[in-house]
Design a protein around this ligand. Structure first.
Ligand code: TYM
Length: 324
C-alpha cells in the first residue's frame, strides 16, 4: 500500500493523452492504495483564464474524474485552492529553490515561448507549487505522464535538501510513469506531444469530442510514408496511433499489426475511430448524467479531508523551521 497523489490543470477539456498518461493509471491505483487526486486551479492561473470559464472547467474536470472511474469513497478528490496550505508551503519551498533549477525546466521554456507577452513569476515558480502539492501529503508515488517527470525530480531534490537542512520532515516521492501511453504525440505532428494548448484542434482528441469530430480527426491524422500498418523505429506516426489503439482496445500492438496486415491505413483508421468512439460515447453519457450539486458536495467533502491532513503537516513544518 502506497500513498499516491496526482492532479490535472483545469485548462480546456482533457484529451486522450491526459487519460492514457495519467488518469487511466489513477483509476487502477485506487485499489489497495491511499489516493488523493485533485484539480490544480492555482497552477492554471499562470496563463490568463476567463473567470467564468475557469469555474466551469474546474467543475467539468471533477465530473470527468468521476465519469472516468475515480471513486470518492476510495480517493480524496478536491480542488487545490480549497486547501490554503498548498500556497503556504510553496512559499517556504521557494526559499530553498535555486533560480537556475527553475530556469532549466522544459515546461517553463515551452510555456514562456508560447506566452511571450505574459511570462509571469507564477509561470516560473510553477514547479515549486507542484512540489508543495506533493510534499504536503507525504506522497510516495506520483503517477504522471513523461512530461511531468522533470517536475517530480525537482520535488525530490527539494525534499532531500529540506530534510538535510532541518531534519527528516518530507517523504521523497517517486514518479510513476506507465510503460505505454506516457507520451501520446500530436495527431497532426508526431514529433510533439499531444497538448491542450496546441494551435490546431487536429492535434488532439478531446474527451468531449463527438463521433463525427473523432472520425474527421483520425482521418486527417498524419501517417508515415508507405502503406503497411507497422510500427518501428522510423515510424513515429504509426507508433503513436498503434499505442492509442492498443490502450483503448486492450489488444497488443503486434495483434493489431497482424489484424491489419495488408489492409492499409484506411481500414486501420476506421477501426481506431470506432474504438475511440465506443469509449468516448460511454464516457460522455456518464459525464452528462452527473449533476453539478453532486460534484460540489464531493469536492467539499474532499477538501475537508485534505485540509485535515495538510494542516497537521504544515504545523510540523512550521515548528521544524522555527516559525512561532
Ligand atoms: P497537465 O494538466 O498538463 O497534465 C495532466 C496529466 O496528463 C499528462 N499528460 C500526458 N500524458 C501522455 N501524453 C500526453 N501528450 C500528455 N499530456 C499531458 C501529464 O503528464 C499529467 O500527468 N503540473 C501538472 C499538474 C500538477 C501535478 C501536481 C501533477 C500540479 N501539481 C502534483 C502531479 C502531482 C500539469 O500541468 O499537468
Amino acid at each position: 500500500m502506497s500513498r499516491i497523489l496526482s492532479a490535472v490543470q483545469p485548462t480546456n477539456n482533457l484529451h486522450i493523452g491526459n487519460y492514457l498518461g495519467a488518469i487511466k493509471q489513477w483509476v487502477e491505483l485506487q485499489e489497495g492504495n491511499e489516493t488523493l487526486f485533485f484539480i490544480v486551479d492555482l497552477h492554471a492561473l499562470t496563463v490568463y483564464q476567463k473567470p467564468e470559464t475557469l469555474s466551469q472547467n474546474i467543475l467539468d474536470v471533477a465530473r470527468m474524474y468521476l465519469a472516468l472511474g475515480l471513486n470518492p469513497n476510495k480517493s480524496i478528490m478536491f480542488v487545490q485552492s480549497h486547501v490554503k496550505e498548498h500556497a503556504e508551503l510553496a512559499w517556504i519551498l521557494g526559499t530553498i529553490t535555486k533560480m537556475g533549477e527553475l530556469e532549466r525546466m522544459t515546461q517553463f521554456k515551452d510555456k514562456s515561448a508560447q506566452h511571450a507577452n505574459n511570462i509571469n513569476a507564477g509561470m516560473f515558480t510553477y514547479p515549486v507549487l507542484m512540489a508543495a502539492d506533493i510534499l504536503l501529503y507525504d506522497t510516495e508515488k506520483v503517477p504522471v505522464g513523461e512530461d511531468q517527470k522533470q517536475h517530480v525530480e525537482l520535488t525530490r531534490d527539494l525534499a532531500e535538501r529540506f530534510n538535510k537542512l532541518y531534519g527528516k520532515v518530507f517523504t521523497v516521492p517517486e514518479p510513476l510513469i506507465s510503460k505505454s501511453g506516457a507520451r501520446i504525440m500530436g495527431l497532426d505532428d508526431p514529433a510533439k506531444k499531444m497538448s491542450k494548448s496546441a494551435a490546431s484542434a487536429y492535434n488532439y482528441i478531446s474527451l468531449l469530442d463527438d463521433v463525427q469530430t473523432v472520425k474527421k480527426k483520425i482521418k486527417k491524422a498524419v501517417t508515415d510514408s508507405g502503406t503497411e500498418v507497422m510500427g518501428g523505429a522510423s515510424r513515429p506516426a504509426l507508433n503513436n496511433l498503434l499505442t492509442i489503439y492498443s490502450l483503448f482496445s486492450g489488444k497488443s500492438v503486434s495483434a493489431l499489426e497482424k489484424e491489419f496486415a495488408g489492409k492499409g491505413y484506411g481500414n486501420f483508421k476506421d477501426g481506431l475511430a470506432d474504438t475511440l468512439n465506443a469509449f468516448l460515447e460511454e464516457f460522455q453519457e456518464k459525464f452528462h448524467a452527473i449533476k453539478e450539486s453532486e460534484v460540489r458536495d464531493i469536492l467539499a467533502d474532499g477538501a475537508a479531508r485534505a485540509v485535515a491532513r495538510a494542516a497537521l503537516k504544515m504545523a510540523q513544518i512550521k515548528e521544524t523551521i522555527g516559525l512561532l
